[in-house]
Design a binder for this molecule. Sequence first.
Ligand SMILES: Nc1ncnc2c1ncn2[C@@H]1O[C@H](COP(=O)(O)OP(=O)(O)OP(=O)(O)O)[C@@H](O)[C@H]1O
Length: 325
Amino acid sequence: MIEVNGISKSFLVAKRPSGLWHAVKSVFHREYTTVEAIKDISFTIPAGEIVGYIGPNGAGKSTTIKIMSGILVPDHGTCSIMGYTPWEDRTLYVKNIGVVFGQRTQLWWDVPVMDSYELLRDIYKIPEHSYKATLELLIETLDLSEIIHTPVRQLSLGQRMRCEIGASLLHSPDILFLDEPTIGLDAVSKIAVRQFIQRINKERGITIILTTHDMNDIEALAERILLIGKGTLLYDGNIQGLRGKFGTRRTITAEYQDYDQPLHLPEVSILSTTANRAILSVDTELTNVSDVISQLANQVQLMDVTIQAQPIEDIIVQMYKEYQL
Ligand SMILES: Nc1ncnc2c1ncn2[C@@H]1O[C@H](COP(=O)(O)OP(=O)(O)OP(=O)(O)O)[C@@H](O)[C@H]1O
């Protein structure tokens, strides 16, 4: 459904020197540098998949999404989405996609949300019967009935985001690009947005490309992760693969009867200890968890032990470090 092949994109950026003399000089002679935003990116995405597109700030995520949604033209490479080249067949192509940029709005600021929706209906030439049916469904599933007649500027961020997602789905697209859809939302709204994304993917088979810095979004939603760093694709696989490759640490929390001697646990990082509790970090590539617990049991009277896998957030930080991002 989506085939991206060797796309690259550079931007020519004017150097802005500091100091008055240099600023005056640059009016007559401007120097430029080239920023390579993405380099030779390739991937394919089958219909119905949810893909998390992740990477640190400035990695090239938005540039890729802009190329895939037809806003930018790459310098090299090809991109075929549902048979369209996004930047060439834009008018026909946009009928098949929905785009939500969490930091920007596609709704008219001063008018009620409903008026924006009706304008979008006209822009996309959505037939009245299917518009009504979709609208009803969106009002119900995104809980819009209380807010749809309110001007956008009076909405909270979470309410606006629900309306934005609704707007992007009015024309029943097959593909949805979501750029930071949960940014700035409270915990309850984040969960509501995630559940909705999951639901439209499951029930309507919409393919979703999600960029986010929120690893909980990724854990909740993405079956597959594409990791980009400094414009290059570094990892393409699932979360389990990521854990296997980078998430080798486990945290052991042990509760025991009061013990006032130092613990002897070779190859283990002791994160904290009190008289009756220790938090340990174990690298499973160096030693295994059961050995650590039996060493511990030889020294203290254990009451309770919990073992936690490394949080996905830590794994990502480790990956960024490993790739020097
Ligand atoms: N219009 C532009 N003009 C000049 N440089 C740009 C432009 N758009 C992006 N860049 C540069 O390209 C690189 C990639 O930017 P991009 O916005 O794609 O990153 P990103 O991964 O989306 O980052 P973030 O997580 O911060 O949103 C950055 O170095 C950025 O400064």
